[in-house]
Design a protein around this ligand. Sequence first.
Ligand code: PAF
Length: 279
Amino acid sequence: MRIIKKIDELRAVVKDWKKNGLSVGLVPTMGYLHEGHKSLIDRAVSENDRVVVSDFVNPTQFGPNEDLETYPRDINADAALCEAAGADVIFNPEAEEMYRDALTTVNMTKITEVLCGKTRPTHFAGVCTVVSKLFNIVTPDRAYFGQKDAQQLCVIRKMVSDLNFDIEIVGCPIVREADGLAKSSRNTYLSREERQAALCISRGLNIGKGMVEGGEESAAAVIEAVENEIRREPLARIDYVEAVDYNDLKPLVKIQKPFLCAAAVYIGKTRLIDNFIVE
Ligand code: PAF
C-alpha cells in the first residue's frame, strides 16, 4: 500500500489502473480511522479492483470556532488499518496541495441549510468542494460514505445528480460501540464521565425507533420522546432532534418513509451526531 501526498502522482497511478481496465473505489475520510471507516473500506475492497482512502482534515468544512486545530490525527495508525483492510493507496495531501490559491467553491442550497446546516452554515460548502475535488482527482467508479453523517450522504447524492458525476454513491450503515454509542473520531474528546453520558443519544434514538416500528405516526411524539430521554442526562445539551423526509430533508408532521430522525447533541464541549433511518 502506498501513501501518496501529491495530486499528480495519484492521478498517474489511477490512470495506470484504468488503462488496465480495473475498477476504482474511493473512501473519503478525515483520518483517525475507526471501525466505522473500516466497514467502508471493507465494502470498497469487496466491490472494486483498487481502493483509494483519502485521509485529509479538510479545513474548509470547519467553522471559525470549531475543532480544526484539535481534530485528532494519526497517519501511521491510519496506514496500518488501511493496509490490513486491503486498500491500495492512502491519499494524504497537505492543505496547500489541495487548495493553493483556489477561488472556486461548490455550494448547495436548501438541504444544506437545515439540520447541521443551521449551526454550521459553511460546513456543507466545504464538504461539497473537497468531495468534488476528490472525485475529479480519483475519478472513482464508486464512493463510500457512512450513514452516521446522514445529511452529508443526502447532500453528496444530490451533488452527484446535479453535477452529473458518473459515480455510484454507496451509503453504509452506522457502526456502534458495544454499548450503542455511534463510532466517531470525535469520541476521543470525551472524558470517562462524558463517554458514559453520551449513551443518552443512542438510547433516546432507540426509543424513537421503537415507536416508529411500533406504528407511531406522529413525528412530534417521536421527537419529544427522543428529547426527553436525552434531557435526563445533565451533561447533554441538545442542538437539535428532528424528523425529516430522507429525500428532501423537509420536516414531517406524519411519519412516512423514507424517514430520518437525526440528533446533534453537545456532551460537554463535544458535539456528537447520530440518527436512525426507516426506509
Ligand atoms: O465525512 C467526512 O469525514 C468528511 O466530511 C469528508 C466526506 C471526508 C469530506 O472531508
